[in-house]
Design a protein around this ligand. Structure first.
Ligand code: FAD
Length: 459
């Protein structure tokens, strides 16, 4: 059996990293402080969204680890070809994501996590230990000594060649690494609270959508209201998981049945009808209120091949580009590629060097996308620009790529490159827009002079 390594955190990223490492011959022990999610009820969920959007980067990384695993864990995902914008009168307007029918996909977080754990069960060189909370790491010259609190509140320690930290935004691995390396680190809370809501399946089979869906399952539904919004993604049983995002100061004022009802009537009347007003009231009064934060750090490793951070532990981001998990899966692809040709010490070093600019880029893109989803999608000027952007992309096939396409559908374009290309394209787009405006202005002046001449003649 190969070198013993520890993966901390059996979330989506830790599970996939364990599969990838096991396939490379490492002897993997995956530690998770929660109990096995497959044994707990589905209503016993933590603060985070039930369903996620998985797109090209996530899918290509799963395929890279193992094509069969990818097919099995993604079975039944629901393609979403665009946004469906809901206005306050209940009108809906579709805005496609891709140029050629490309889709992002809705998948149940718990189902994906359970399926990845099932895949791990089938691998001989992986052991999963639930109920083990990492509390300390002593980084040694050769072995890394990891100390855990067990569910009996006892301490147990294990030694590994290296440690992979995939223990999420509040990572203990990261905190331990900070004692061993001069790590730059920042954490920023965004003034947005999120609350999860639920739209039940329709009572009857809906021929339009081939299922018990009350609205199109193949769109990401958005109720954009400028500095707050509601979104909804379909689940395979016909229901939708909906999430409200808004400033904390607003949410704090929505503290009574009548205020919440009024708020929904004024802003989301059709959504209130779909989910039931009582449900909306209960959700605002009783559901957990989630905070959103961004984490950036550098480097991601302890020199000597002792430890490496991936997933949210390395780069927590706001969820508005639907890239957190996708990016975490991509971390694994990048890291495994390096491990295939380098020692862990070299590979971890290269990873920190190479990956940082992409992680900084996607954290920024994710922040910027809140404005696009909650506000810009309702602006005529923005939609016109988008139209121009997609016309150029169609005409210049492959030579012009909208930003959303590069981020969500092109796993071969690193995030930082996507930003560079977008900046170049925006300069050109600004120029074209200025010319079009000038032409329109000149046309309008000519039309007025002609009208004046005609009026003079007729007078
Ligand atoms: P986590 O999922 O946080 O897993 C970390 C695991 O480590 C947990 O199981 C935890 O119990 C365990 N752990 C923590 N500390 C310890 C310890 N000391 N010892 C042992 N175990 C420990 N991403 C997308 O790609 N698409 C989306 O559409 C999307 N939507 C989102 C919507 C919302 C509202 C939010 C909040 C996030 C969304 N994300 C989305 C982001 C995505 O959820 C995360 O990026 C992803 O879950 C990160 O996975 P992870 O495995 O790195 O971390």
């Amino acid at each position: 059996m190969g070198e013993p390594v520890a993966v901390i955190g059996a979330g989506l990223v830790g599970c996939l990293a364990s599969i990838a490492l096991a396939k490379r011959g490492y002897k993997v022990t995956l530690f998770e402080y929660r109990e096995d999610p497959r044994l707990t009820s589905t209503t016993d969920r933590n603060l985070r969204s039930i369903n996620l959007a998985i797109s090209a980067r996530g899918i290509s990384s799963l395929e890279y680890v193992d094509k069969d695993v990818c097919d099995r864990v993604l079975e039944g995902i629901i393609p979403m070809k665009g946004r469906m914008i809901h206005d306050t009168k209940g009108n809906q307007e579709a805005q496609n994501y891709g140029l050629f029918g490309e889709c992002i996909n809705s998948i149940d977080r718990a189902v994906l996590n359970s399926r990845l754990l099932n895949e791990l069960d089938a691998l001989e060189n992986v052991e999963v230990k639930f109920g083990y909370k990492l509390v300390r790491i002593n980084f040694g010259d050769i072995k890394q000594n990891c100390i855990f609190k067990t569910r009996q509140n006892a301490e147990e320690s294990f030694e590994f060649d290296f440690v992979v930290g995939s223990d999420g935004a509040y990572s203990t691995v990261r905190a331990q690494m900070q004692h061993a390396v001069r790590m730059d680190y920042s954490q920023e809370y965004i003034d947005t609270c999120y609350i999860e809501l639920y739209i039940p399946p329709a009572k009857t089979f809906n021929d339009d959508f081939r299922g018990p869906f009350s609205i199109s399952p193949n769109h990401l539904h958005i109720w954009p209201r400028h500095n707050y919004m509601l979104i909804a993604l379909a689940n395979s049983d016909g229901s939708f998981t909906s999430t409200f995002f808004g400033p904390w100061s607003l949410v704090e004022t929505l503290n009574s049945k009548s205020k919440i009802e009024q708020f929904f009537f004024a802003n989301f009347p059709d959504a209130a009808h779909l989910m039931g007003l009582d449900h909306a009231v209960q959700a605002f009064l009783n559901h957990p209120k989630g905070a959103l934060m961004c984490v950036e750090c550098k480097p991601y490793h302890v020199p000597g091949g002792k430890a490496i951070l991936i997933g949210d532990a390395a780069h927590s981001m706001v969820p508005f580009y639907g890239q957190g998990m996708n990016c975490g899966f991509e971390d694994i692809k990048v890291l495994m590629n390096l491990l295939d040709s380098q020692s862990p010490a070299e590979a971890f070093e290269s990873y920190s060097q190479q990956r940082h600019k992409d992680l900084v880029a996607i954290i920024e893109l994710a922040k910027a996308n809140y404005k696009e989803m909650s506000h810009k999608v309702t602006s005529k000027a923005f939609l016109l620009r988008k139209k121009l952007d997609s016309i150029l992309a169609r005409v210049l096939k492959g030579k012009w790529l909208p930003l959303y396409t590069m981020v969500s559908f092109r796993a071969d374009i690193p995030y930082h490159k996507a930003i560079e290309i977008e900046k170049r394209q925006m300069k050109i787009l600004n120029f074209i827009q200025a010319i079009l405006l000038a032409l329109t202005a000149a046309g309008t002046i000519r039309a007025f002079s002609r009208l004046r001449r005609l009026l003079k003649r007729s007078g």
